[in-house]
Design a protein around this ligand. Structure first.
Ligand SMILES: Cc1ncc(COP(=O)(O)O)c(C=O)c1O
Length: 372
């Protein structure tokens, strides 16, 4: 199937069939397709200047950096073009700043597909066939405090994690686990790196998902929803780290160019407001409750979990159901082994959420009938 056109929460295929898009291009088009303010920002900047390189001051980049770090304990931003690149930057910075070698990441995590970020990723299937990988990373079981206590030591540069594992199946750890991670980092001078590529920019109802868990990261990485489909990534960090990343130590040609930054600024101008974020939280909570109410009767449904508008339905036959939902006009994405991932645009309406709920119920009813 080819998607030819998009408008708000809807996309249209080559035969002009209409779908409600609950993939958002895998957590990217958070304001829906062709949002007028984002289109206008793109058009306006494209008539002015697209690219200058970082040899010159870029006002749009400075403004975007300030918007991103506002309301956080972070001070500085580095811009790039994707989530994997943002994580590469974080890995390099953590090692250079701490002069230590080991970075702890977690089983079932996903951090990207460049050599470094793939090595960081805690999923064997992503790495198969690429030979020996970067030896820096130690993968530990997710949500296992004892293992973490045992393995975090003097040679540990960073603990790097998604606070909600996205690709791995919308997995949230216990609150105690996050608390322990923070304490271990503080006690051992370990940097806390949070990969917010999927969870950031309002997806979970907060600017960044780490805010749900009372964490104080040294570095966070962003991409996906940051540009609503225009490629842009970013690494935000605390001021102390800047000394390790002076001129010439890391960089990228395209990162943070005026065009990408102008588009991204228009996205944040809409999302980074408490009223908007509270709405994401409200809609996500209602939707999850409705899903629980209507689906829990199916024995094949194991759990419905998530935060804000990042929601997973863990169930048998997730793959088959996703195909069935598509036939019924609702696009969703798989995650992990058995999870239907729902990623509506953050400005989705209550009517669209009801329509999705109704479609999901019909798909489960069909499946249930064929099983019995
Ligand atoms: C948590 C997380 N980190 C990193 C990445 C990689 O981002 P990109 O595909 O932009 O390189 C992804 C992509 O799915 C992701 O979900």
């Amino acid at each position: 199937m080819q998607l030819k056109k998009g408008n708000g929460s809807y996309v249209y295929d080559q035969d002009n069939k209409k779908y409600l898009d609950f993939t958002s291009g895998i957590a990217v088009t958070s304001l829906g397709h062709c949002h007028p303010e984002v289109v206008a920002a793109l058009q306006k900047q494209s008539d002015c200047i697209w690219h200058t390189s970082n040899l010159f001051e870029i006002q749009q980049q400075e403004q975007l950096a300030l918007t991103l770090v506002k309301h956080t304990q972070l001070d500085l931003a580095f811009f790039c073009n994707s989530g994997a690149e943002a994580n590469e930057a974080a890995i390099k910075l953590a090692k250079k700043f701490t002069k230590k070698n080991k970075i702890i990441t977690f089983n079932d995590s996903f951090h990207g597909r460049t050599f470094g970020s793939m090595s960081a990723t805690g999923q064997q299937k992503i790495k198969e066939g690429y030979g020996p990988l970067v030896s820096t990373f130690l993968h530990l079981p997710w949500n296992d405090i004892e293992q973490l206590k045992k393995q975090a030591d003097n040679d540990t540069a960073a603990i790097m994690m998604e606070v909600i594992q996205g690709e791995g199946g919308i997995k949230i750890a216990d609150l105690d686990f996050y608390k322990e991670v923070q304490e271990i980092c503080e006690k051992n001078d370990i940097l806390l790196v949070i990969d917010e590529v999927q969870t950031g920019i309002g997806r979970t109802g907060k600017r960044y998902a780490y805010e749900h868990f009372g964490l104080d990261p040294d570095i966070i990485t962003l991409a996906k929803g940051l540009g609503n489909g225009f490629p842009i990534g970013a690494m935000l960090g605390k001021r102390k780290l800047a000394e390790a990343f002076g001129p010439g130590s890391h960089g990228t040609t395209f990162g943070g160019n005026p065009l990408a930054c102008a588009v991204s600024q228009s996205v944040l101008n809409i999302i980074f407001h408490d009223e908007f974020l509270n709405e994401v939280e409200r809609k996500g909570k209602n939707f999850k409750e409705q899903l629980e109410k209507h689906l829990i009767k199916f024995p094949s449904v194991k759990e419905i979990r998530g935060e804000g508008l990042l929601i997973g339905i863990e169930c048998e036959n997730a793959g088959e159901l996703i195909i069935n939902l598509e036939k019924k006009g609702l696009l969703t994405v798989p995650a992990g082994e058995h999870v239907i991932r729902l990623l509506p645009p953050l400005n989705v309406t209550d009517e669209e959420l009801s329509l999705a709920l109704n479609t999901i119920q019909r798909a489960f009813n069909n499946k249930y009938e064929t099983v019995t």
